[in-house]
Each structure stands twice: as structure tokens, then as C-alpha cells.
Design a protein around this ligand. Structure first.
Ligand code: PB1
Length: 319
């Protein structure tokens, strides 16, 4: 086989994909303090930005020559005192003014995806509305999630991305958006596992559950068939894109889902994966650029065309 990849050009014939800036989605955290820029201690070179400061901070990435920032995944970080049991405080979300400001500045140069979940807006920190006994109230949860999607669609969201893992939320969101004639696609976090790799995010977004865990609604890490069923169900309910999350420990799931669905597939390289690569590089075990590019290659090879990664700004230089 050596002969078939001896020459650099012939070597490229073995690849059926290449990383482009349009593959990359940059997760950002926004707050209600207009000019805030606060370093996120648990995630190096990532900040919480106020809904005005964020525009200034993204200009260099959006307006650069060559590879540029094409898409965001926006997470709101709400003041704790505003949170309530059902997440009705979503109307105070900093995502609203962030969407308005980004659309005004960048128009369609930037695809604005918004995370749809209640964990950042409930005072208990779970991703849905709870019954008095602490179990999930599915009907109320899906109503609230659909209302959040409608709220953000009204203020300029280009894509709504439910990360809550409630059964039936894609149908609830699609139905309400259609009822109000919003043609906003749904990127469903379909195969989202109950991973140990979300810690830095929960610190950044102040979204950890105040009791218990998310085992009742995030997939068990061994749930291969559950993941495939979830992706098929979400496509059946109208999801325009589906996602696997986390990424590197779940490449097998990515490939299996890619082989059976006919919508674009996303992967979320989560905060814990991001930190592992940073720590490995800091220890001298790996070269950060090589390691990150190799993980991007693995996501593409496994079948993803949408990669949500905190490395987006660096990748725009490295590519
Ligand atoms: O980078 C990350 O760790 C992403 C965490 C992710 C954001 N969609 C969720 C994980 C969690 O806290 O359970 C947030 C849930 N809505």
C-alpha cells in the first residue's frame, strides 16, 4: 500500500473531506452586563461577554480575510436572582439583546445558533420543569422549550438548538415555530450522553443541577441503540440537523448515525475535551495545534460536517 500514499498529492486522494471555516461553530457565553469581559477560569482564553462587548470582540474574527468566523452557538448566562422554577425568566435572557446586536452588526455574515435549554434559567438547574416530587414534567418542559425557541426566533436566531434531551421537544418546537410562521431550522442535540466532560461549561454557564444529576434525561454512556433511536426520532419529528455530544469518546456513535440519517450531522467538542487537550499540551505531552487538528479530522472522517468547538478562533489561524 505504501506506493498509493508515497506522493503528497496521491496521499490527498485518500481523503474525501477537508476542514473548512463553514464547518466550525463557536460557542460563546453572553451576559446582561453590556460591556462585560470576564475570563472563564475553567476554560482558558474563553470569556463571558456582555451583549454589547460581544460585537466588538467578534469583529476581528468575522471581518478577517481568508478563513473567518461563520457561525456561533450562543449561551445566555443569567443572574442567579432572576432564575425561577419554570424558567419563565427566559424573557430576561441576554441572548435576546445579543441576537439583536449581532444581527444589526453582521447581518447574514454570521449564522446565529442559539442553545435552547432551561438549565440556565431554572433555580434548580435542571434542563426541564420539575414536578413536586423532583421528576421531569415533560409536557410543561416542552411547552417552555418551544416558547424559548419562539422567543429567540422572534429576535433573530437563525438556528435553534435544543440541548435539553426532553422526549418530544423537537416536535413541540417545530409545531410552535410553524404556528407563528417562523422558518427557523432545528439543530437537535439528539445523542447527548450523561458525560463527565461538562464540568468547565457548567462553571462558565452557572448551569449545574442543584440536586441529583441528569441521568433521567441524558443518555447513559453505554446507550448505543438509544442514541440511534434518538437521532431517528428527532429526524422523524422534523429536526433539520442532529448532533452527537460529547465528541471524541463517541466517534463510533457518530459514524453509526451518519450511516442511517439523511440530514447533516453535528458534533460538540465539549468543555472537558477542550480542557483535556489544553492540559495535555501544557504538560508537553502533545503539540496543541497537531492534536486539535487531528481531532477535527476524526470528526470529519466519522461523518460530521458541523463541528461545535471552543477552538474555533485558533482553528481559523491553524487551518
Ligand atoms: O461544553 C460543554 O460542556 C457543553 C455542556 C452542554 C451545553 N449544551 C450541556 C451539558 C450539561 O451541563 O449537562 C448543557 C445542558 N443544557
Amino acid at each position: 500500500m505504501h506506493n498509493s500514499y508515497k506522493h503528497p498529492t496521491a496521499r490527498q486522494w485518500h481523503s474525501d473531506h477537508s476542514l473548512r471555516d463553514t464547518n466550525l461553530v463557536y460557542p460563546i457565553f453572553v451576559t446582561n452586563t453590556p460591556d462585560e469581559k470576564t475570563l472563564i477560569a475553567s476554560m482558558p482564553v474563553n470569556f463571558r461577554y456582555g451583549y454589547e462587548r460581544v460585537v466588538e470582540e467578534l469583529k476581528p474574527l468575522v471581518n478577517r480575510e481568508g478563513n473567518r468566523l461563520r457561525s456561533l452557538m450562543i449561551f445566555g448566562v443569567l443572574e442567579r436572582e432572576l432564575k425561577d422554577p419554570e424558567g419563565n425568566c427566559m424573557t430576561s435572557s441576554p441572548v435576546i439583546k445579543t441576537l439583536q446586536n449581532l444581527k444589526k452588526e453582521f447581518k447574514d455574515k454570521l449564522l446565529l445558533c442559539v442553545d435552547i435549554c432551561l438549565c440556565g434559567y431554572t433555580d434548580h438547574g435542571h434542563c426541564g420543569v420539575l414536578n413536586s416530587d423532583g421528576t421531569i414534567n415533560l409536557e410543561q418542559s416542552n411547552q417552555q422549550l418551544a416558547q424559548m425557541a419562539l422567543l429567540y426566533a422572534r429576535h433573530g436566531a437563525d438556528v435553534v438548538a435544543p440541548s435539553d434531551m426532553m422526549d418530544g421537544r423537537v416536535h413541540a418546537i417545530k409545531s410552535l415555530l410553524a404556528q407563528y410562521s417562523f422558518k427557523v431550522p432545528v439543530l437537535s442535540y439528539s445523542a447527548k450522553f450523561k458525560s463527565c466532560l461538562y464540568g468547565p461549561f457548567r462553571d462558565a454557564a452557572d448551569s449545574a443541577p442543584s440536586f441529583g444529576d441528569r441521568a433521567a434525561y441524558q443518555l447513559p454512556i453505554y446507550g448505543r441503540d438509544l442514541a440511534i433511536r434518538a437521532a431517528l426520532r428527532d429526524v422523524q419529528e422534523g429536526a433539520d440537523f442532529v448532533m452527537v455530544k460529547p465528541g471524541l469518546p463517541y466517534l463510533d456513535i457518530i459514524r453509526e448515525i451518519k450511516n442511517i440519517v439523511r440530514v447533516p450531522l453535528a458534533v460538540y467538542q465539549v468543555s472537558g475535551e477542550y480542557m483535556m487537550l489544553h492540559q495535555a499540551a501544557a504538560s508537553g505531552a502533545v503539540d496543541l495545534k497537531s492534536a486539535v487538528l487531528e481531532t477535527m479530522e476524526s470528526f470529519l472522517r466519522a461523518g460530521c460536517t458541523i463541528i461545535i468547538t471552543y477552538f474555533t478562533p485558533q482553528l481559523l489561524d491553524w487551518m
